[in-house]
Design a protein around this ligand. Sequence first.
Ligand code: FAD
Length: 426
Amino acid sequence: MAGSYDTRTLVYDTAIIGGGPAGSTAAARLAQRGHRVLLLEKEQFPRFHIGESLLPCTMPLFEELGVAAELTRFLPKHAAEFVTADGALSRRYAFADGIVPGPTSAYEVDRAEFDSVLLNNAARSGAEVRQGVEVTKLSFDRADRVEIDLRGGDQVAARMVIDASGQGSLIASRRGLREMDHGLKNFAVFSHFEGARRAQGRREGDISVVLVPEGWWWVIPLRNDRTSVGLVGPARKLAGRKPDAAYFEERIANTPYLRERLANARRVAPVRTISDYSYVSRSFAGDRWLLVGDAAAFIDPVFSTGVHLGTSGAFRAADAVDRALARGDLGRGAFREYERWLRRTVGTYRDFVHGWYQPEFAEVMMHPSDRLELRQAVTSLLAGHGTEQFGVAWRIFVFRAVTRANKRWALTPRLAGRRDSTALEG
Ligand code: FAD
């Protein structure tokens, strides 16, 4: 399809800004429905990106997109494990134990390669994909199209724009729509290792989340003996320190569980730092525009929800745009249902993440009750079943009530000492 139009006069049905998981998914889906789609990506793929642990709930979407077979090259992930800094206490949430039937595994992926699979699929599905092209400005002055300025002076036009530009969130930041979550102002510092100790068999791909006074670590085994290791914590815990390579190495040395897993490992990538400040856009759509993925909202990475929210949101967004294009009405009203769904889903995970940064919440996570199938419901939430299922929603409500009560009544053993929990308060 690419190259068969005169792009100076062509008005695309939809232009998509950004070729990450959200943008590529929306592009593929709309192109598969026969729309003329232009995807503009400022980088050349493959490019590095953080966010390597996927959720089971996303797997059927990859099937529908037609990329499931290409993903089998990655390391299967069957569970998430939470473990104390001394390694003495751990709790494994195996996705097979969830109360919602469905896929019980996902993958741990190298994002450069994974994102390329999705972007190539968008092109194969019929979207025109242009890499190394940065969108610099959008203008909504014309009634029938959005005019899109590209770095270098070119301009293109589309009836509809989907902003999938990730944390840069082009539209939301230009319009002042981003509401920063001051309760989740975190830093992240991370790198890759080779030779790290890992479990064998079905447990090899488990993500480990390690509780430490300064926040939590992820340990994500990837294929080819690579392991992604990163620390996330409230920026205030840095107490003036820079989260640089020296800090990273020092905190590993201070964490017995990591020391042991990385004893024979060597670092094979630079230490990178991101300040991951959570935010939500006040609107997710307007006349002729719509936000997906991180461009709409970014929640803390602790429950690995980013790619799932991006791709599942992109499915819903693309379906809404498909219907709106067919009706010829691209006003905001056409996207209300999408906005409602996204706000509800983001709200559920945000509340759970806020809980996570309270020590008493983590204590309940380490000692979950099987009563009322609360542990099983949390497992389903960790698999990506947000608010869709009533059976999950009410149990999560009860689980949150238990974590709040635990603050007052110590319903579960305290973790202080294993993870200096008082350090996380206030
Ligand atoms: P992105 O993947 O960021 O893609 C946006 C694309 O837009 C980029 O390729 C960018 O180059 C392009 N772009 C930006 N501006 C422009 C422009 N003006 N013109 C053209 N192109 C543009 N998620 C998980 O699911 N699992 C995890 O384990 C996980 N861990 C994380 C750890 C950390 C520390 C952080 C910060 C995030 C983590 N995430 C994780 C979140 C995950 O990385 C994101 O949610 C996910 O990448 C969002 O996808 P997206 O397509 O919305 O945006």
